[in-house]
Design a protein around this ligand. Sequence first.
Ligand code: UDP
Length: 417
Amino acid sequence: QQQQERRPHVAVLAFPFSSHAASLLTVIRHLASAAPASTAVFSFFSTHKSNRSLFPIPPQPTTSTITTTTTTTTTTTTTTTTSSSSSSAFNMIKAYDVTDGVPEGYVFHGKPQEDIGLFMRAAPEGFRKAMEAAAVDSGKRITCVVADAFFWFAEEIAAELRVPWVAFWTSGPSSLAAHLYTDLLRNKLHITDGIAGLGDERLNDFIPGAPRGSDEYGCLPWLDNQKPAPASVAYISFGSVTVPPRSELVAIAEALEASGVPFIWSLKEEVWDHGLPDGFLGRTREQGMLVPWAPQVDILSHGAVGAFVTHCGWSSLLEGIAGGVPMICRPFFGDQRLNGRMIGDVLGIGLTVEGGAITKEGLVRSLGMILNGDEGKRMREIVRHLRLQAGKALSPTGSSTGNFNKLLQVITTGAPP
Ligand code: UDP
């Protein structure tokens, strides 16, 4: 029992909007798998909606003030309301709901990022309460705080608990630098009102569609049928949040029809009826697939896929590189413009849409260049080289593996690397 009490207890504080929480959970699952079962437990804190999308097994309701989702047990303490079971990778991760900060009876005004604002106001107190409850629930004091880097208050929480604080940054190095040097940039550029394109927040909530990774619409068998013509299919997705304006949806649809390029297009179902040209679905039934959610990682690693039309979210960028697929970039907000510049100008593995918005002619041209042109061939060589480099970094002696092991040391022993 004493040994149990001394086990590290890692509190994981997730930002519950867009794909942040999913990215954080991916890393935590790796850490949980790498830490021997007896060495650490993880409490994962996010909102109810976010936890439901990440731990998709329906909860069994019981009673009380906080909600937990675990993979192994149904807890019946007074602080527990739900639990469920799942794969063994989750065994040491228990999910706790924190408040979304929306007052009872609150009517949304439709202001941009209203839900994020409400959540962030309530978050410091909400996380503190849930963490206290988790420590009581597990009988283990918290020994390390891993938090989305958006939560500046996590440093204070960790300091109060006298435990290490690990900030988790979900995007790339250039956007991190832009945040770290915001004051310097403001001064240099004489900006008093915020910096265009570098906003902290993501819009709207994370909408899971189907559980991540599942192929309920049969995209992968469909791709298998296209295999005889390698790198010939276009995959189109703008991440978990963004829906392009109708004019661009129509332009994409028209470009696909005009070019005849086989495609898989992940697009939220609510815009299918009014966002696309009349009869598009019927006319392209043989040519491609329109799906509300796709197993993106598997699609991008499939040899039939040759171009990725993307909003340049950081995960999408990494997944495009991991799949060795050149990209057509249509960034929207936040870090996406910086990521798009990296894909186009810095790494040379993609094109940015001309004029900042997708047009039929522009997309037909870009698809032609990437799927059939020499430029596409060159990009494919570079991106495949990057894929090899990424593979080396992840090998047992690679730099990513080294960094991961240092992180594992911090969270399991509290000792700096
Ligand atoms: N994604 C997916 N299927 C889809 C659309 C998106 O699996 O149909 C996943 C994608 O693989 C990526 C994440 O959603 O891991 C999107 O993250 P990203 O950082 O690219 O964009 P965000 O959603 O944060 O804007």
